[in-house]
Design a protein around this ligand. Structure first.
Ligand code: C5P
Length: 396
């Protein structure tokens, strides 16, 4: 059995360490714990011991502990050391090699890989001293997961929120079994690009979707070992290697292709599906009228592919993710959409003029689910894709 030594630092995010222990135990990963003195102000050693099923190691100079398992052995018995939350103080100690309590001593004495999940106030995160320490730790081979951006317990906003327990678990699994990819054997279904709704044989109605975010997600899913089906409207992007591509044109075609591709473990709907199609597509090219009159078109509503799949009675993918492009009240609209569409996650982004999301390479998203809102910092579409797939892999 793989095991981790979890070092719980003293910060408000320490409460998330309890969920982290629960998730790790659920995956069959053994968890021994060290709590810093400050951590005990936020969670009790009794809660940690109950969840981990093991005694909690607390003080450096504890004769009983040393007789049972010395601190050197404790730091080497695990396959991986995880620091969550990793406070600014703990990171500073690690960066300068201090060993004045059990947590820092174990971190200095170990010969095992170390993963840290930083959590601190945004100003502390951006402070040059912290940034220097992080650069040093990265140079020393320490792995990082997070931090994320968002609202903080102190009321401020920005980078410094600890990564969610599911993200930390995904990072731990990637560390523990580098050869074994977390989505091996899983089928991920993705829609991408615009749909094109014909008016007559030569004209159509469509939108500006480039398909870049959906294609990036397909690549990220492949990298995690998934079998990927990409149902794509017309775009001008190279087909990601290893992806099963199903090219489609209209929304109705897209729904048919998606239903044909089921079952899937995860379905991610990034396509910008046209809400309406022309009710009666002309069989011949519509001619200009001699009297200068313009033709009028009437529309029919297209199927909502995301909603159709998310509300299926049988064969619903375990995780259904929608995207929401909004130009105002981004979070409120995303929360309403989550309920209306019946999906597990809505990834919301602000596509108002000037944000450069459509066709651009970067994206600022808010990940909305029943358990709350995560505000991610501005990231490349590739990085949004990587983080999203790691998060989903952790949730499966
Ligand atoms: O309602 P709205 O179009 O804003 O919802 C966006 C989300 O729903 C996206 O995930 C999109 O791919 C999906 N969608 C769909 N079928 C539609 C409309 C939207 O799958 N007809």
């Amino acid at each position: 059995m793989k095991s981790v030594l979890l070092i719980i630092g003293g910060g408000i995010a320490a409460y998330k360490a309890l969920e982290l222990i629960r998730l790790l135990k659920g995956k069959g990963i053994g968890v021994k714990t060290i709590m810093s003195k400050a951590a005990e102000e936020f969670v009790t050693p009794l809660s940690v011991a109950s969840l981990s099923g093991e005694k909690v190691h607390q003080a450096l100079f504890n004769l009983t502990d040393e007789l049972e398992m010395g601190h050197i052995e404790l730091s080497r018995a695990a396959d991986l050391l995880v620091v969550a939350p990793a406070t600014a103080d703990l990171l500073a100690k690690m960066a300068s090699g201090l060993a004045n309590d059990l947590a820092s001593t174990a971190l200095l004495a170990t010969d095992k890989p170390v993963l840290v999940a930083p959590a601190m106030n945004v100003r502390m995160w951006h402070h040059p001293a912290t940034q220097r320490n992080i650069a040093q730790l990265q140079a020393d081979g320490i792995r990082f997961v997070g931090p994320n951006a968002g609202e903080m317990a102190c009321g401020e906003f920005g980078l410094g929120r600890m990564a969610e327990p599911s993200e930390i678990v995904a990072a731990i699994e990637a560390q523990l079994a580098p050869g074994q990819k977390p989505l091996a054997g899983k089928h991920v279904l993705i829609t991408a690009g615009p749909t094109r709704e014909p008016i007559d044989p030569v004209r159509y109605i469509s939108n500006h979707s480039s398909g870049k975010q959906g294609y990036a997600i397909a690549e990220a899913a492949i990298a995690l070992g998934a079998q990927v089906t990409l149902v794509s409207g017309p775009v001008s992007l190279p087909i990601p290697p290893g992806v099963g591509l199903m090219p489609v044109t209209t929304a109705q075609d897209m729904l048919k292709a998606v239903e044909g591709a089921l079952p899937a473990d995860i379905a991610i709907f990034t396509a910008a599906v046209a809400d309406w199609r022309v009710a009666a597509v002309a069989g011949e090219k519509i001619k200009k009228q001699a009297d200068g009159s313009a033709p009028s078109l009437s529309f029919a509503e297209n199927p909502d592919i995301l909603r159709t799949i998310a509300t299926r009675k049988s064969g619903r993918p375990k995780l259904v993710v929608g995207f929401a492009a909004e130009t105002e009240k981004v979070i409120a609209h995303a929360q309403a959409k989550l309920a209306r569409k019946g999906c597990d996650i809505i990834v919301a982004n602000d596509v108002s003029a000037g944000k450069g999301v459509f066709g651009g390479d970067s994206n600022t998203v808010h990940v909305v689910s029943a358990s709350g809102v995560e505000d991610w910092p501005p990231l490349s579409k590739a990085e949004v894709a990587r983080r999203l797939m790691e998060k989903l892999a952790g949730m499966l």
